[in-house]
Design a protein around this ligand. Structure first.
Ligand code: PAF
Length: 280
């Protein structure tokens, strides 16, 4: 395992490998790695000759300074984990390696998908994500980049960004990695109180029930009302539950067999923001 901290060294190194005909898989992360990240890295290791993982807590995607400061940082352990599964290279940039002094996120227009759900509740978040993922993809220049479907809207944003910026990479969406209890793995879970950790599988349970109601013929509005009522009786504070199509991420009023739909939920457990979704 080699750790790079400067793109000036990383970019030509990877380019040499590509010139030799090797394929490169890439997993961008903000660290605090868990089994979900490792499953993505393992997929990359299987599908590519070499795998690069970046660890960078990107300041431009946090609309809340406290959230940025509280974001767990476990670099040493992360590197040990990545080494143990056979990741070849880690890119661990400083802010100065990716951003110039005072640089802010680019302003993107993704045709509306950036304004709904996470875009509405975390203004500027996707500008920051698209900006940093663009920078990371240019620094690594991988053949494939892996993203988890827990952040499904983020995947749609990244897909649109690489199209707009003509970055030649295949975006590989990967299924949500869940604990046995059903809880979607997240770096934020490590900040849950023991009581909330025990109660948190409720979130996926409700999503599954929502899926069953859809299969029984209920409309999106009826399913939504059920989810909202269930949360009102739970220890979690629902921020939103939306049912949208998977392409434009616009709320749908009917389920149609030729339109893929997803239910998206965000809820607070104390001050921890949990996110999950399910394909209907
Ligand atoms: O999903 C994340 O961890 C981040 O949004 C990403 C893609 C690494 C960009 O900072």
């Amino acid at each position: 395992m080699i750790v790079f901290t400067e793109k000036e060294k990383l970019t030509p190194f990877i380019q040499n490998l590509k010139d030799e005909g090797k394929t490169i898989g890439f997993l961008p992360t903000m660290g605090a790695l868990h089994e979900g990240h490792l499953s993505l890295a393992k997929a990359s290791i299987q599908e590519n000759d070499y795998t690069v993982v970046s660890i960078f807590v990107n300041p431009t995607q946090f609309n809340n300074l406290e959230d940025l400061e509280k974001y767990p940082r476990t670099e040493e352990k992360d590197i040990e984990l990545l080494t143990s599964i056979g990741v070849d290279y880690v890119y661990l940039p400083s802010v100065a390696d990716l951003y110039t002094e005072g640089e802010v996120a680019k302003k993107y227009d993704f045709g509306g998908i950036e304004h709904v759900m996470e875009g509405e509740f975390r203004p500027g978040h996707f500008d920051g994500v698209a900006t940093v993922v663009g920078k990371l993809l240019r620094a690594v220049n991988p053949n494939r980049a892996y993203f988890g479907e827990k952040d499904f809207q983020q995947i749609r944003i990244v897909q649109e960004m690489v199209k707009q910026e003509q970055i030649d990479v295949t975006i590989v969406p990967m299924p949500i990695f869940r604990a046995e209890t059903g809880l979607a793995l997240s770096s934020r879970n490590m900040r849950l109180t023991p009581e909330n950790l025990e109660a948190a599988p409720f979130i996926f349970q409700v999503l599954k029930e929502a899926g069953e109601l859809k299969n029984q013929g209920q409309t999106p509005a009826e399913v939504k009302a059920y989810v909202e009522e269930s949360f009102a009786q739970s220890p979690f504070e629902l921020e939103y539950f939306e049912i949208t199509d998977e392409e434009k991420l616009q709320p749908i009023s009917t389920f149609k067999s030729d339109v893929k739909a997803r239910g998206f939920v965000v809820a607070y457990a104390g001050d921890i923001r949990l996110i999950d979704n399910i394909q209907f």
